[in-house]
Design a protein around this ligand. Sequence first.
Ligand SMILES: [Zn+2]
Length: 326
Amino acid sequence: MNPILRGNRALIRSINRSILLNAIKTQGLVSRAALVHITGLSPATVTAITGRLIEEGLVFEKATGDSTGGRPPIMLALNPRGGFVIGIKLMEGHAVGALTDLNATILAKDSIELADKQYETSVETLIALVNRLIHSSGIPTKQLMGLGIGLAGVVDFAHGIVKQNPFFGWRNILLRDVLETRMHVPVYIDNDVNTLTLSEKWLNRGQPEDNFIVITIGRGIGMGIVINGEVYRGKGGGAGELGHVMVDPNGPLCDCGKRGCLESLVSDRALVAEARRNVSPDIADLDDLIQLASEGDAGASGTCRHAARETNRQHSECTRSEINNY
Ligand SMILES: [Zn+2]
């Protein structure tokens, strides 16, 4: 057979398998007939793929009662212990990771310090963290289905490339391919706010929303965007880089190399620096600033209010016009 056609068939099978697994996970308990209706796949495809998922132990059959007295319908459900995944957040000085089952129940948690900001050292540290998590959870290595890594900056999710990480100074790092070669499991790399946004979408126990925004303010400022049920990453992977929208061309130097980014003015670090200058040199961290503001200190309150106003203003402008330019 033509290798391209064979490749396309394998890709389609893999996509259909993901669609069905996601549908079973979302529905909780679902019949094959309902899966045909929900996914739009043919009954033959649903039967074939769910059969393989059952063989692999990822899905199991469950007979349910039928109030009409007829034959009880056979339902399908995800087997939460059919496989395990690891999620890691790579931060400025350390990485934190968790190993979970397919219901996102955490079986092991750990963190590890980064010796330096070099990419090669970070890869070895990430592998050490993965091995520690597997060891402490006691799962067989072959049941690890995938590894996901969230980190700050602009990430090309489709190709697994860290295009720009302001904390480490990395540019165009092929992190996914290097880790897949070493770990022999599928690896997914994404901006850390996008990973948080995905968890809000998947694990939100309330009314599922198809259109929403998540904004994080801390060491940096990030934004995750969900449009029509999908995370929107933008053409270059930087759609949520709200923190690097320029506010003041003459402002402080940002980690990204530009001047006056929102992040350089209202992140935790920027707020503390401003409060040290204008309120008290004794302010050690954000907790100190919040404590002073809550005690009624006018200078501390003013610093926080100004930051909130800037963030709100830039968020409105960014979502109106700048998202598509990244
Ligand atoms: Zn910046």
